[in-house]
Design a protein around this ligand. Structure first.
Ligand code: GLA
Length: 727
């Protein structure tokens, strides 16, 4: 049993393989948080302390007891109005226009299996793999209820949290703030690890101590954003890759979000993850309910590598779905950096035949194939194949590409519209524009109001009509701007529109996944602008960044790896000099960086020399050898490319018999010193053979001292070792 209720102590304890999470219903019915950490038995309420503290008031129920205050007690779901002045997880505007919610325990139940969230992405598990705890809380005055949901997946050391607000009051209320996950820690000193960035430089890792006051990251962009990722880690100051306590929260949501971390006046830490507060005010009439998305939480007492591995395994096997979840993905050639908008049917076929000849497995036709889309200026919204440009029908093009032995994939951007499009001319009111104002343009495009079902339905039909024209086996779903000018003509409150937009997006994706179970969907938003656990439920891979420079990718993929599995990281070999940075690197370096994800190419193959083509053929053979290990292996970060001389990482098979170590040098000096890369995760004192050189290595020496990185002349050299245990 992973969830245990102790009637005497009134504790509810959630056990995973290596962790314990405990809460308690206290004497006044408040649901207090007692513990989250390494496996622990018994009741942990000795951790609670009661002192008479100035300006920390007392609930009326406490009578004359000045030592009882919600301002200092750790809670599962803190709200505004109970005397807790810290940042709350929930603010509700009641029918009487007050902002007070005093949630007390009513009941709970424990079920086998993992709860399901209607219309929302969520971790899934069988009845044998998971249990669910539901705790019903109620504000006795308004009747508003909060149902806290906990999903426990013991094997994965994962606990998920979601909350449902039920308006059982007699009038209209509005949910103003909602964070489904809250962690109140009574002690400890922590760092807040977050992933910030910008277009083409996403998910840089930042680690700062959590101090007094609230540190907040988030996105007001209507999507999870390039700027901050909706996943955070709270780690003990001393925690490293290999040791120390650390907690993760990953929001399974693709819209605006916020995460707040802060120390209170008594040096206690609170960490929250939930909706962005700005532009959020979700209306609920009497009897209506609001279901939040969930947050995936994990704890590791063995450092950050283990924490990441917990998240990777859970997301890869219990969040990603469909045919391609466990299958090694096809090696693709994407047309974007090969020819951008400038192609004909003939040039595409030339590119495809070269791709087939080199051993690639899929051809992806990127932007520019529909409407009058010859530049960013026009065409979005007109999902009609430009047969004039292709010189044939889409079905014919796909037929020819399939005949070369290649699968065919296509790019779409369903949420967007250009003002210069037939769709916009016909339905100008379908785009987000605030009446009386001029909208913000971005990449010359506006955002369609996906909170309205009729708009989602219309675009869905258009897209299906395209997909039905031939054997499409892959879709790249793009979203190339942030949302602004939020106004929906049919909404009863504008405070619901951004969330309803995300529900519309999920509805579209769900229908697509169901109707085309054999299509692999890759998410994208100007690269990694919507790289989140919510999208992974529909798109088991996401284009990691529009930056294909392998040296910048070291940092981008390093940050990404803290939360997301390599199996979802879209990664391609592109041209040198690189189109984003103008940096020159070898084909080998570009391939080694791209192999740490779902591998592909994105360059004009017709411009390559015969030697380069031969090298690509070899890379493809090599990648196929390692692909299963990369997709399913345990991931270790071996260096920090933000500060070290090189980026280095490793994939180790679960049985520890095989490992792939990949290294890309960053800094280069004359008379270079030797860097030793410490290899992790192998069996103790065991001999491994490098399959390329045949040389034997002792695993303990590899871990304790490391493998010397060869000193070669030239910048940005790449190296790899493929170790297999010697029997
Ligand atoms: C975005 C994507 C690119 C490419 C272009 C096409 O920027 O991230 O990979 O698909 O759109 O317009």
């Amino acid at each position: 049993m992973s969830i245990v209720y102790d009637q005497e102590q009134k504790t509810i304890t959630l056990h995973t393989k290596n962790t314990t999470y405990q809460m308690q219903v206290d004497r006044y019915g408040f649901l207090l948080h007692l513990y989250y950490g390494k496996t622990a038995e018994g009741c942990m309420d000795f951790l609670l302390t009661y002192y008479d503290r100035g300006f920390s008031g007392n609930p009326y129920d406490a009578g004359t007891d000045k030592t009882y205050s919600m301002d200092s007690l750790p809670q599962e779901f803190p709200s505004l109005g109970t005397g807790d002045y810290r940042t709350p997880a929930c603010i509700i505007k009641n029918t009487d226009r007050t902002y007070c919610s005093d949630f007390r325990y009513v009941s709970h139940n424990i079920k086998d299996g993992k709860y399901v969230l209607e219309g929302l992405p969520a971790v899934y598990a069988s009845d044998e793999e998971a249990q669910t705890l539901e705790v019903m809380l109620e504000d006795r005055v308004t009747g508003v209820r909060a149902v806290l949901l906990y999903g426990v997946l013991p094997e994965y050391d994962v606990i998920t949290r979601s909350v449902r607000i039920i308006n059982a009051s007699s009038g209209h209320i509005s949910v103003k703030k909602l964070a489904p996950a809250c962690l109140d820690m009574v002690g400890g000193d922590y760092d807040f690890i977050t992933f910030y960035g910008r277009h083409a430089m996403e998910r840089n890792c930042q680690r700062l101590p959590i101090g007094h006051g609230v540190s907040k990251i988030g996105s007001l962009r209507g999507s999870s954003s390039h700027q901050y990722n909706p996943a955070v880690i709270m780690a003990e100051h001393e925690a490293t890759e290999d040791a120390g306590g650390c907690y993760a929260m990953a929001f399974v949501y693709s819209g605006g979000f916020q995460s707040e971390a802060g120390k209170d006046q008594y040096y206690q830490t609170r960490l929250l993850m939930g909706f962005s507060e700005e532009q959020f005010a979700y209306p609920l009439n009497a009897g209506e309910e609001f279901q939040s998305p969930e947050v995936i939480m994990s704890y590791s007492s063995e450092g950050l590598a283990k924490l990441s591995q917990n998240l990777h395994r859970c997301m890869r096997t219990h969040l990603c779905r469909g045919k391609y979840k466990e299958v090694v993905r096809p090696i693709l050639l994407n047309s974007w950096e090969a020819s951008y908008f400038d192609f004909t049917g003939e040039s595409l076929l030339k590119l495809a035949s070269e791709a087939a000849e080199l051993g690639m497995e899929m051809f992806v036709l990127d932007d520019g194939w529909f409407g009058k889309r010859d530049s960013e200026l026009r065409g979005l919204g007109d999902w009609k194949v430009n047969e004039e440009k292709l010189g044939c029908t889409l079905g014919e093009l796909i037929g020819k590409i399939n005949a070369m032995g290649l699968k065919f994939g296509i790019w779409i951007e369903p949420e967007m519209v250009n003002e210069d499009s037939d769709l916009y001319r016909e339905h100008p009111d379908w785009a987000f524009v605030i009446p009386g104002r001029r909208p913000n343009r971005s990449r010359h495009q506006l955002v369609l109001d996906f909170s309205r079902k009729e708009i989602v339905d219309y675009i869905y039909e258009q897209i299906c009509a395209v997909l039905d024209q031939g054997n499409v086996e892959y879709i790249k779903w793009d979203m190339n701007r942030s949302i602004a000018d939020v106004y929906s003509a049919t909404a009863d409150s504008q405070g619901r529109v951004l969330h309803d937009y995300v529900l519309g997006l999920y509805d579209f994706l769900e229908r697509l996944v169901k109707r085309y179970p054999n299509i692999l969907i890759e998410g994208c938003s100007g690269g990694g602008g919507r790289f989140d656990a919510g999208m992974l439920y529909y798109t088991p891979q996401i284009w990691c960044s529009d930056n294909t420079d392998p040296i910048d990718r070291l940092e981008i993929q390093y940050g990404t790896s803290f939360i997301y599995p390599a199996s979802c990281v879209g990664s391609h070999v592109s041209a040198s000099p690189n189109h984003q940075t103008a940096r020159s690197t070898t084909l080998k370096t570009r391939a080694v960086a791209a192999m740490a994800g779902t591998f592909g190419y994105e360059l004009n193959l017709n411009e390559l020399s015969a030697e380069e083509k031969e090298e690509i053929r070899q890379q493809i053979r090599e990648y196929k050898k390692y692909a299963a290990l990369i997709q399913r292996g345990l991931y270790y970060r071996l260096t920090n490319p933000q500060t070290d001389n090189q980026g280095a990482w490793e994939f180790v098979s679960e049985d520890q018999r095989e490992a792939l170590v990949q290294v890309v040098g960053i800094k280069k000096h004359a008379n270079m010193t030797v860097d030793y890369i410490k290899v992790k995760g192998l069996k103790e004192n065991t001999v491994y053979r490098d399959t390329e050189s045949g040389r034997l290595y002792n695993s303990t020496a590899l871990r304790e001292v490391g493998i010397p990185k060869p000193v070669l002349n030239g910048e940005y050299k790449a190296y790899q070792w493929h170790f297999v245990q010697e029997d």
